[in-house]
Design a protein around this ligand. Sequence first.
Ligand SMILES: [Fe+2]
Length: 425
Amino acid sequence: MQRAAFILRMREGMNSLSRVLKAIEKYQGAVLHLETRPNKRDNGQLDALIKMQMSRLNLLQLIKNLRQSGTLEHVTLLGEDNISAKNPWFPRHASELDNCNHLMTKYEPDLDMNHPGFSDKEYRSRRKDIAEIAFKYKYGDAIPYIEYTETENKTWTAVYNTVKELVPKHACAEYRCVFKQLEEAGIFQALRVPQLEEMSSFMKKATGFTLRPAAGLLTARDFLASLAFRIFQSTQYVRHTKTPFHTPEPDCIHEILGHMPLLADPSFAQFSQEIGLASLGASDQEIEKLSTIYWFTVEFGLCKEAGETKAYGAGLLSAYGELLHALSEKPEHRPFDPASTALQAYQDQEYQPVYFVAESIEDMKDKFRRWVCQMSRPFEVRFNPHTGRVEVLDSVEKLDSLIHQLSTEILHLTNAINKMKACPV
Ligand SMILES: [Fe+2]
């Protein structure tokens, strides 16, 4: 058996793709990985990266077959070693996130029979209309305003009131603090779903994090990439009113109540960006590890606070059933350790049997930074807040200029300390 990877330029979009997949099946190949992106030069065309495995003889036949196909403009065969090696593609600027909105469709109401909206045509059509806004969204656009219906606002009210009741006792200090600020700013109110645009402006002032609308659950690679730019891709539709306390897929109530308060906390925002930066150009196996760490921290994390255990995970802070389960005696609590957390199997259908408890958000960030150094990526990246670009630190000139910038910053900080020492307040 031989492994191979192709980049295909498809003249007829998804129709070309289905023909290619049929050809792979005909030659008894197995697809190991598949991703598509709009072609950079021609928006009507689609590029696909397909990694596969098949016998050498069949592979040669397949290449011949694909190269003769009128539906493909280009067929480029890559050696397995050439993929994701020294110079893989990943977004270097937030505008390139327009190419990073690939969806996982497994929990969508059209396809998942267990989704509470599966048999509700009206709900599915509303969800589709709101998702359509995200598909059309381009970098730099204002986030479109959604006129939420009375039913949607009622669903928000039910969840909001429950979370508000649980926050003082069970949420971590960072969450409690921002929750209060959001109430004082009039953004968190019981009667209406906050708009993403107002949440985005609030977060931007606090930590520089902003939002862009997403049409549903994104692939881990695309979702994590956006965090590198301090951008959170958020859904805008509301869960089905039949089950206000449970949603099989992310919805805006989960994002707004679960994720956004902590993205407005400086330390947590930094941790989220660190995961995002680590994901750029990472191998598929490492993306899996990073998304597992994300799962057990950002989604389902617990932390210690003055001798008690509190929740900081968004999946807990937006779902009271699992929150109470997580803080009860039933599940196992283990100390957060990135190396073992990254390998822990997780549950996306039921409550977790295991949760990881961090000493603090700062401690979690330090441990993560140390762990991430051993990743196989042969280069280091840095986010430049002035240009909004991610830079690969691969030349002496770039490092020299960075050291110069940092020296200036340190000089300012030293001056500030000296001035405070000279005239203590
Ligand atoms: Fe989430």
